[in-house]
Design a protein around this ligand. Structure first.
Ligand code: CA
Length: 205
């Protein structure tokens, strides 16, 4: 997956020549960031809203962590299921485990308000079973499976819908001088938005 590598900024003192020299020295360091997919299913037991349910097969059964319970929709092409993750979060992976009434074509979407949606993945050739969609890059509080084309005359039926975010990133920096170091981290995303860590990280090498 492609997550922009965070930039690391040396915490600067009150403008001394030493501080400036250290800041310049930063460029010779080698930094490697590793992004990881989270291991916690963010959708587990979260609130679900669906366009419809086939009798007792309500949406909550698609996020209950039980592979033997399922959501089933009405028998039309445009049915959907959305789950509320509780807070806006990066979405890296969505796993759909289909009952035999699966989606041939569907879109996984993310939203922060459950009104305006962005496509995280468009599937047009689904073959049922487990659809493990990785490499997603959407950010949102809500995740939706929006049906487009059914594979059967039934509706859409999911044993489980799992959502995974981005795990803790680890940054490795080599080439540091022996001694005490105090750092702050400035993370910059692909759109140029930047966030500086609230507190310094101090350590002695
Ligand atoms: Ca289930």
């Amino acid at each position: 997956m492609s997550v922009p590598a965070p930039r690391v900024q040396r915490a600067r003192g009150p403008g001394s020549w030493l501080a400036r020299a250290c800041a310049v020295a930063v460029v010779v360091f080698s930094a490697v960031a590793q992004a990881q997919v989270g291991t916690v299913n963010l959708a587990l037991n979260r609130p679900v809203v669906t366009s419809s349910a086939e009798g007792p097969f309500t949406g909550n059964f698609a996020v209950d962590g039980d592979a033997g319970t399922r959501w089933g929709s009405a028998f039309t092409a445009t049915e959907w299921l959305q789950v509320d993750l509780g807070q806006s979060t990066p979405i890296a992976r969505v796993v759909l485990t289909w009952e035999p009434a699966y989606g041939r074509g569907y879109t996984v979407q993310v939203s922060n308000d459950a009104a305006t949606w962005q496509d995280a993945r468009v599937v047009t050739d689904g073959d049922g079973g487990v659809d493990d969609l990785t490499g997603l890059s959407g950010v949102g509080r809500y995740v939706r499976m929006r049906g487009v084309q059914r594979a059967t005359g039934y509706g859409y039926s999911l044993w489980e819908l799992e959502v995974y975010g981005v795990g803790t990133e680890q940054l490795s920096i080599t080439g540091l001088n022996t001694g005490s170091h105090t750092w702050r981290v400035r993370a910059v995303d692909g759109a140029g938005n930047s966030t500086l860590s609230s507190g310094p990280i101090t350590f002695t090498k």
